[in-house]
Design a protein around this ligand. Structure first.
Ligand code: DAH
Length: 346
C-alpha cells in the first residue's frame, strides 16, 4: 500500500499527541517480552486506553466521530506495528543470547568416553579360532538348548549310563536341557554335511554344579571334529601338537593319557607342557578330552567308510591359568577392576 501525503500527515499528527509519544517511548523501552505484552494489554487490550477512546466515539456527533475515528484507528495501527517490531527485535535478542550461551567451543579438549574392550574369554576364544582357521578348520556354532538325543543318546550315552552323572544339567519342562558340552554339534554337523571336513565349535555349556573357584554353572568349550578317509590317531596327535605350538610356542610338548568318553574309542585326555605364568614352574596343563570318533556315533548319523577324531576342552581353564586368575567366578561378575586388567591382552 502506498501511503498518500494526507495519511502521513494524519499519522504524524497522531504521533504528535503526547500520550501517543509516551506509548511509543514505552514500547521502545520495553526490556522483555513480558513487559511488552503487559503494555499491549494496557494500551490495545479490551479495556485498553485506545479501545476506550474508540468506544467513546459513539457519543460524538457524526463529523467529529469520523475525524477522531480515523485518527484513533491510525494511532492503533501505528502502535500495533511498533509493538510487533519491538517484539520481533526482543525475540531476536533472546535467540542471539541463547545461541551464545549454547555455543560449543570445538577447540576445548574433549571428555574421552571410557573405552570398552573385549572380554578376556572372547579374546582367548578369538585367538583359538584364529589358530584353527589358519589350519583350515571351519567355525560352526549350535544351540545352547538341546535335546537328550543330541546331548547324550546320539553320542553313545545310553539311558541310565553312569557317564551321564558327571554331566548333570538344567532341564526344561518339555524335556529339553541346557547342553552340557559342545559335542552335540558333532552330531548336528555330521547330519547336515558329508566328509571330509574339519570343524571347530566354540560355545557356552552348562552344568548343575556346586560353584567354587574352579566350577561355574556355565562355562565355554571349544570342540574340534575332523572326519575323512583314513584319519588316524596320529592326525589327532598332530592337531593337538599344532594347537599347542600356536598357543604357547614352537617345540611345545603335548601328551595323551588313556581315558573314557562314550563317544570316542580309544579315548584320551590331553595335556600341554608349559611354564606356569604365575609360579614360573614347568608342568603339564591338563586341558581336555579327545579320541577317535566311536563307530556308534557314525552309525547314528549314517556315515560309513570314514574315520575321524574329536577333542574338546574348557576355554575358562585355559584363560585362568594363562592369566593367573585365581577364581573362575571373576570372569562372570562384570567387575570392572578385573575386566580392565585384560584390556588389550594377548
Ligand atoms: N565333551 C567332553 C566333556 O565335556 C569333552 C570331550 C571329550 C570332547 C572327548 C571330545 C572328546 O570331543 O573327543 O567332558
Amino acid at each position: 500500500m502506498v501511503e498518500d501525503g494526507a495519511a502521513r500527515r494524519e499519522e504524524e499528527g497522531a504521533e504528535a499527541l503526547p500520550e501517543v509519544r509516551g506509548w511509543l517511548e514505552s514500547v521502545a523501552a520495553a526490556g522483555g517480552l513480558t513487559a511488552l505484552q503487559e503494555l499491549r494489554v494496557r494500551v490495545l487490550g479490551k479495556k485498553g486506553e485506545i479501545t476506550q477512546r474508540l468506544k467513546a466515539l459513539g457519543a460524538m456527533d457524526p463529523d467529529e466521530r469520523r475525524a477522531a475515528g480515523e485518527r484513533w484507528n491510525r494511532v492503533k495501527a501505528r502502535l500495533s506495528e511498533a509493538i510487533e517490531a519491538r517484539k520481533a527485535a526482543l525475540e531476536r535478542e533472546e535467540l542471539v543470547r541463547q545461541l551464545a550461551g549454547e555455543r560449543v567451543d570445538v577447540t576445548l579438549p574433549g571428555t574421552r568416553p571410557p573405552q570398552g574392550g573385549l572380554h578376556i574369554l572372547t579374546l582367548v576364544t578369538n585367538r583359538l579360532l584364529e589358530v584353527f582357521t589358519s589350519l583350515g578348520y571351519e567355525v560352526v556354532t549350535g544351540p545352547e538348548l538341546e535335546t537328550d538325543h543330541y546331548n547324550f543318546a546320539a553320542l553313545n550315552f545310553p539311558p541310565d549310563h553312569p557317564a551321564r552323572d558327571s554331566q548333570d544339567t538344567f532341564w526344561t519342562t518339555d524335556g529339553r536341557l541346557l547342553r552340557t558340552h559342545t559335542s552335540p554339534m558333532q552330531v548336528r554337523y555330521m547330519e547336515e554335511n558329508r566328509p571330509p571336513f574339519k570343524v571347530v565349535v566354540p560355545g557356552r555349556v552348562f552344568r548343575n554344579e556346586a560353584q567354587d573357584a574352579t566350577h561355574e554353572a556355565q562355562f565355554h568349550q571349544l570342540e574340534a571334529l575332523v572326519v575323512g578317509e583314513r584319519i588316524t590317531m596320529a592326525d589327532l596327535r598332530g592337531a593337538i601338537q599344532e594347537m599347542a605350538q600356536a598357543l604357547i610356542g614352537p617345540g611345545t610338548r603335548t601328551r595323551l593319557q588313556p581315558s573314557y568318553f562314550p563317544f570316542v574309542e580309544p579315548g584320551a585326555e590331553f595335556a600341554i607342557w608349559w611354564t606356569h605364568p604365575r609360579t614360573g614352574r614347568e608342568e603339564w596343563l591338563e586341558l581336555g578330552g579327545c579320541g577317535m570318533v566311536h563307530p556308534k556315533v557314525f552309525e547314528a548319523v549314517g556315515y560309513e567308510g570314514v574315520t575321524g577324531f574329536a577333542f574338546g576342552f574348557g576355554i575358562e581353564r585355559l584363560a585362568l591359568v594363562r592369566y593367573g586368575i585365581p577364581d573362575i567366578r571373576y570372569l562372570f561378575q562384570g567387575d570392572m577392576r578385573i575386566l580392565e586388567q585384560f584390556r588389550g591382552a594377548l
